[in-house]
Design a protein around this ligand. Structure first.
Ligand code: UN1
Length: 497
């Protein structure tokens, strides 16, 4: 694996630029200091927004397929630096290298998607009720897009938003998590290189704001930023949403999840175990789509749960750079404290949940993933704990399991394992899962970029990445064109002198 110095030099980032600032960044792998980053002052935030607005006014008139060209070049830069950026993600947020690479792959995929989209930003033509009239809608760029992202997907979520926002003709102002500013600096660098290579890209099209909550708050409150796309906790969304709504801005919120898998009697149990494992312990349980609850039909409980426990015993927890590791560290000590609090709040049989490797890495918070066997009717798991804890519930009746499944404030991702078409279709129907993502025979996490990503209820209702999520980054104009010599009014109104 590369050292930070090598990573930075591969990316062409001057190491001095991540030194001497007030924001101290630690690697979750061992707690070592990676850098001290300069944070943005309130004047600098103001300047960034002003520049982004000026860049927007230039960029919005560039033909969309030309805007796509910038994202095509960015996608190629990401391909070129996939390994380096993947390692930096691992170093700064602690996910295993395979997942670091996967995250960069998501960036590449959304760039490809956005390039194609740059020739498909189409609106409808609508039949008019009046003779000699035509109705049409046009999608226009909307303005600077504010992006607030979380530590757990430090690069992909920026790219989901940025690739779409840019082809849609907007500028972007990014406030990354204060836990992962170095990956953000790397992304900004690659964007600037792509812009230089393409040429004629307005300066300041992509702005990076490093800082803590105050920086984000200033961005969120600014009227000149018509769209705020924020990913993070429900608590964060509760602060952001009302401020944006107050000024009639639009928010795209992607907040907490409390995702569950239901395993039915006909399920392929080997597949189910593998999916549950990846969903519950992948990224050390720190994806918003991580599997947090499991409903198992009582007839298969005694075969599925022991296999799952056996699989949990074999999970290798350790340094995320080691290719044998499946579970890296939690992001920091406070994540560990929250996990312990959640575990001690419930008295039920459990395996795992202990801190390990503390002698080797006193500054790293490694834990064994926890399985908690819950009583059938318990409904205490209402909050998301960003850690690898899986609560298992037995069930008797599928309708009742679906009711319990939906009986949480969040509504992001969900899945059912069954080979019974009636059960699968029930789960996907209006009487089934109430989440934004509902899967059959695959787990809750690891969504592809082609689908709209997001969820309902306290998850915030926003949609990002695929499908028609691009519409969130544009404004719509409906036009009625009269090519007749009469002036008929709509609704049959007569209004003659
Ligand atoms: C997140 O955790 O914020 O479905 C996003 C997944 C990824 C994205 C997760 N494509 O797990």
């Amino acid at each position: 694996m590369m050292t930070l110095t090598q990573i930075l030099s591969n990316l062409g980032i001057d190491e001095a630029s991540i030194q001497g600032g007030e924001l101290v960044v630690h690697s979750p792998t061992d707690g070592a200091v990676l850098g001290q980053i300069k944070v943005c002052s309130s004047e600098e935030v103001e300047i960034a927004i002003t520049e982004a607005q000026a860049a927007f006014h230039e960029w919005k008139t560039v033909p969309a397929p030309k805007r796509g060209e910038l994202i095509r070049v960015l996608g190629n830069k990401l391909r070129e630096h996939k390994e380096t950026l993947g390692e930096l993600v691992t170093l700064e947020c602690g996910k295993i290298y395979q997942e670091g690479l996967g995250e960069v792959q998501e960036m590449i995929d959304i760039c490809d998607f956005a390039v194609g989209l740059s020739r498909q930003l189409y609106g409808l033509t609508i039949a008019s009720e009046r003779p000699g009239h035509r109705m049409a809608e046009t999608w226009h760029p909307i303005g600077p897009i504010g992006v607030i992202s979380a530590f757990n997907f430090p690069v992909a979520v920026w790219c989901w938003n940025t690739a779409l926002a840019i082809v849609c003709g907007n500028s972007v102002i990014w406030k990354p998590s204060e836990k992962t500013p170095i990956t953000a600096i790397a992304c900004q660098k690659l964007f600037e290189e792509a812009a230089r290579e393409v040429g004629n890209v307005p300066a300041g099209l992509s702005q990076l704001l490093i800082g803590e909550a105050a920086v984000g708050a200033q961005l969120v409150a600014d009227k000149r930023v018509p769209v705020i796309s924020a990913t993070g906790s429900t608590a964060m969304g509760r602060k952001v949403g009302p401020v944006v709504a107050q000024r009639f801005g639009r928010s795209i919120l992607e907040l907490g999840g409390n995702n569950a898998i239901i395993v039915c009697p006909s399920a392929d149990l080997d597949m189910a175990v593998r999916a549950i494992l990846f969903g519950a312990v992948g990224t050390a349980g720190q994806r918003c789509t991580s599997t947090r609850r499991l409903f198992v039909h009582e007839s298969i409980y005694d075969s599925l749960v022991p296999s799952l426990k056996a699989a949990y015993q074999r999970i290798r927890v350790g340094n995320p750079m080691d290719p044998k590791t499946l579970v890296g560290p939690l992001i920091d000590g406070s994540a560990y404290q929250m996990m312990q609090q959640a575990l001690s709040a419930i008295s039920a049989p459990r395996i795992g949940g202990e801190r390990v490797l503390s002698e080797e890495y006193p500054g790293g918070y490694y834990v064994t993933p926890a399985l908690v066997e819950m009583p059938i009717s318990d409904r205490t798991v209402q909050e998301e704990t960003f850690a690898p804890i899986l609560y298992i519930y037995p069930y008797q009746d599928l309708n009742e399991a679906i009711r319990q499944h939906n009986d949480v404030p969040q509504g992001l991702s969900s899945s059912i394992f069954t080979n019974d078409i009636r059960e699968a279709e029930l789960f996907l129907s209006v009487a089934g899962s109430d989440c934004g993502i509902a899967n059959v025979n695959i787990g809750t996490s690891g969504a592809e970029i082609g689908g709209a990503f997001g969820g309902e209820k306290e998850t915030g209702g926003g949609r990002e990445s695929g499908s028609d999520a691009w519409k969130g980054y544009m404004r719509r104009t409906t036009s009625t064109i009269n090519y007749s010599t009469e002036l008929p009014l709509a609704q049959g109104i007569e209004f003659d002198l």
